[in-house]
Design a protein around this ligand. Structure first.
Ligand SMILES: *Cc1c(COP(=O)(O)O)cnc(C)c1O
Length: 434
């Protein structure tokens, strides 16, 4: 049996290709580990999303969750496609503003933010999605015109325990029973536009999940309207739209998701006008747009077969952090037969540094190229320099060819913020003002 690919990828003469480009020479050209991104896939993902939403809702807004992948070149594509921004920190929001996103199209939705950060967001004209009543009172004299609260509905669905973002024990959001008073307070503090927000799932592949979420949040909204005398401008269902991480998995049925959401709106709101539907996809927009490629550095046959490469947990932390699975292939041996199962490990001094477990592969040799799929979301954005290992370079493939959009981190990046107070002449403080 040969190795399988994630849908949308192809093989040419045993090599993995992306939008018709052989990815193997890129490893030599740019070095590894390397993230290769398809601009067309990002645009297609966004267009499919816009199509599915707009065929069910007239009044809608799609905000890209920057934390999935903040590369400015990617944010520019997102902007060209007409999306807004979901920002979880001041840096993310500032980056979006510098790239030309308008403050009114940015939802600021941090978690346990400091007062200064909330004041900054308010003064910058962002809409704030408050995570607690306490956060609102901290800026009582400076609430933005548009205010929403994240509601902790009784139902959460993470793919893993570590990615469940609502329901009992989640650290996010206000309780349903706090909601009426929270909105009364926001009104008293001067907010003029109101939204309600929920983020109850991560990498959700079951369209029916959104029925429960939508019905729950709209029921809470109706109750607030009635008891706090508030008309709602928008309902934000957060992110969570899933993508296939396994080769045989079917993509999420987007049309069905938004039909279900529409049916739930009808059921709970009847003939009343619908508030604007907002969603904040991160993963859906970028995950399958990218692969992470690395070089096999050694193969060790012990009680398990260990395949070591220069892709480590500092580059791809999701497997170690959540037990997440990413599909992996030997990208230069797609025409070879699978010969065994390998623990695909990295170069970090941690035994949890495993990128894949029991991965079926042809016989690997030092210098082979491995490719990890679905590397566009929560990979580069979560990468670190741990163990002194580099954060990978990023290359964007578009109709006009390929372009580097992030250079690999170097030794000087690694030591950038250290101020060396020793007396030896090491050159470590070179170029820094002392
Ligand atoms: C992370 C996050 C998102 C994006 O989630 P995805 O699962 O990547 O779609 C959206 N909204 C909020 C508030 C988030 O924290």
């Amino acid at each position: 049996m040969k190795q399988k690919l994630i849908y949308g990828f192809a093989e040419n003469k045993g090599h993995l290709t992306m939008d018709g480009i052989d990815v193997i020479p890129l490893a030599e050209q740019y070095g590894t580990p390397l993230i290769v991104i398809s601009e067309n896939r990002i645009r297609n993902n966004i267009r499919m999303l816009v199509n599915a939403v707009s065929s069910n809702f007239e009044n809608y807004e799609i905000k890209y969750a920057v934390k999935a992948n903040p590369n400015p070149s990617i944010l520019s594509i997102v902007k060209e496609e007409g999306l807004g921004i979901d920002a979880s920190s001041m840096n993310e929001a500032t980056l979006a503003i510098k790239l030309g996103f308008k403050p009114e199209n940015i939802l600021f939705t941090p978690n346990f933010a400091a007062r200064d950060e909330l004041l900054w967001a308010s003064n910058t004209g962002l809409s704030i999605n408050f995570d607690s009543v306490g956060q609102l009172t901290q800026v009582s004299g400076n609430v933005p015109e548009s205010v929403s609260f994240r509601i902790k509905i009784d139902y959460g669905k993470g793919e893993f325990k570590g990615t469940t973002t609502s329901g009992h024990n989640a650290k996010f959001g206000i309780l349903e029973k706090e909601a009426v008073d929270a909105y009364k307070m926001a009104k008293k503090f001067g907010a003029r536009k109101f939204g309600i927000h929920v983020m109850a799932g991560s990498n959700v592949m079951d369209p029916d999940h959104f029925r429960k979420v939508t019905e729950s949040v709209l029921t809470v909204m109706n109750n607030i309207s009635e008891h706090a005398g508030i008309e709602f401008d928008f309902v934000d269902l957060g992110g969570g739209l899933g993508v296939p991480y396994e080769p045989d998995e079917q993509p999420l049925d987007l049309k069905k998701v938004f039909e279900i959401i529409h049916t739930s709106f009808k059921k709970i709101l009847g003939d009343r006008p619908f508030p604007r539907l907002c969603i904040e996809p991160g993963r859906y927009v970028v995950a399958d747009s990218s692969i992470l490629i690395g070089k096999v550095t050694d193969v060790k046959i012990q009680e398990k077969k260990f395949l070591g490469s220069d892709i480590s947990m500092n580059t791809l932390i999701r497997p170690a952090l959540y037990g997440a699975r990413h599909h992996i292939v030997l990208a230069n041996k797609l025409d070879n037969q699978i010969k065994g199962k390998y623990e695909v490990v990295g170069q970090i001094c941690e035994n949890t540094d495993r990128i894949g477990k029991a991965v079926p592969l042809p016989n690997p040799e030092v210098g082979d190229i491995i490719a990890v799929f679905d590397a566009g979301a929560y990979v580069a954005s979560m990468a670190s320099n741990y163990n002194g290992r580099p954060i990978p370079a990023e290359v964007l493939i578009s109709d006009s060819g390929e372009e580097i959009i992030r250079s690999p981190s170097t030794f000087s990046d690694y030591v950038r913020n250290y101020i060396f107070i020793g007396s030896e002449k090491t050159g470590l403080n070179a170029g820094k003002s002392s």
